[in-house]
Each structure stands twice: as C-alpha cells, then as structure tokens.
Ligand binder design. Structure first.
Ligand code: FE2
Length: 243
C-alpha cells in the first residue's frame, strides 16, 4: 500500500465518555473500540465504580484495562474494584510510580485495546510516576495532573518538582500538534476540555519562563488534600484499602 493510500484508510471509530466526580472534581474517561468493543478506563474513582461499571455494560464494552495517570492523593482509584466486577480486566500504572498493578508502562510503550492505541509518555513533576496517554489516531491526550486547563498539578508533595514538571509539559504535551485535544484529571471551575494550542497561548503558568514558573509553584500556599493520608497508601496498592 502506498503512503497516499494509507492516509485514506479509515481511522477506527472510538467510543468515548468523560465522567466527573463532584466530590473531588476528578474526570474519569472510558475509551472503547467500536469495532471490537474492547475498552479501557482512565482514572476511575472508587466511590463511583458502580456508575462506571453500569455505563460500560450498557455500551456493550469489554473492559480490558483500568489505568491510572498517577498515584492520586485526593481520591482512591476504582481499578481494584473494577477488576472484581470485570473478569480479565488488568490494572496499568507507570513503572516509575512504584505502585502495584498488573502491568507497568514506561516512556514510548503502547497500550492497545481493539483497533485503538495509546502512546505512553512520562510526564514527571507532579509525581515521579505521572504518565500522559496519547491517542494519535483521534488527536487526543490524557494528561492526568501534569497539565490542567489553564493550570497544572501542584508540586508541593509526593515527589513534586516544579522544574521537572515544566520540562515534562513542554517536551511531552505542548510539543504535540496544536489541534490535539487535552483531557485532564481535574477541573475545579467547570471546564471540561482544552487543546495544545489553547494552553500554549493562555495557560497562565506554563507560558512563563521556567524560573518564573518555579517561583509561582513555590508560592501557591495550598492546603493538603483531605484524603491524602488514606488515598496515597491505597493507590500504591491499586486501590485496595487495608482493613
Ligand atoms: Fe494528583
């Protein structure tokens, strides 16, 4: 097949849902391959597993992977519970997170479900194990807390490092084509989606120099997340809460 013919090949349709947790303002994403019905879920929240499982079943999807963008500090992941509901579902997390999971991913790895592929890009700085998942066919990326809409994840706990975060976001996320849609892990103002071009123009932190960015991040004075003492240990164990 010539290169010209290849560009005419249809891109396999994607089933896509964005879900929201009102308590922690967390987004969860379900992506499914229309042709094979294989699906993944990104960043599920433990308290909303029933909601997510119901939707996955209603859409006729087979859950292959429960993935996390990182070890969250504000909520417990739903991947452990989803594995109990969907036989054969495996959990995925970054190798560099140090957390438990069935499979581990690192820079450049690919996660496949049906005819769909996600490229794994390491975006450390909020935590060591932060991973951005990029779907080139559909021009979308799931940035976790590395990049938020007009913001970014905080860098004052876990393995936070603002200089690293600045380098990660610029080299791995904002280097994508401008039209790529970005889906983040949280939003506290009611926004749902952004693009590479928008953030390159309007992100108030990441349009600054690295030095200025680091200064901004050092002076946020945020209070600790409510559930950090429970969430981090549980998420290191794939969402299983110690009795
Ligand atoms: Fe986080």
């Amino acid at each position: 097949m010539s290169a010209e013919e290849q560009t005419c090949v249809d891109i396999s349709p994607l089933i896509f849902r964005q879900l929201f947790d009102r308590e922690t303002c967390t987004f969860t994403y379900i992506l499914g391959c229309q042709a094979t019905k294989e699906a993944i879920i990104i960043d599920p929240v433990i308290g909303l597993v029933e909601r997510d499982a119901k939707l996955i079943k209603e859409l006729g999807l087979k859950l292959k992977y429960g993935m996390n963008t990182h070890v969250h500090a504000d909520h417990i992941t739903g991947t452990g519970k989803l594995k109990e509901i969907f036989a054969g579902c495996k959990s995925i997390v970054s190798k560099r997170s140090g957390a438990k999971a069935d499979e581990f991913v690192d820079q450049g790895d690919q996660v496949m479900f049906g005819n769909q592929t996600l490229e794994c890009r390491c975006t450390p700085g909020h935590t060591d194990g932060c991973m951005t998942y990029v779907c080139h066919d559909h021009k979308m990326a799931f940035t976790g807390d590395a990049l938020l809409i007009r913001g970014c994840g905080r860098t004052d706990f876990q393995q936070g490092d603002s200089g690293r975060l600045f380098d990660s976001v610029h080299s791995q996320i904002l280097s994508l084509p401008g039209g790529y849609k970005l889906y983040v892990a949280h939003d506290y103002k009611g926004c749902t989606i952004t693009t590479v071009a928008e953030e390159k123009q309007f992100n108030p932190r990441l349009t600054q120099t690295k030095e200025k960015f680091m200064e901004i991040m050092a002076n946020l004075n945020l209070s600790a997340p409510k559930y950090i003492d429970k969430a981090v240990p549980a998420n290191m164990m794939c969402g299983y809460v110690a009795e």
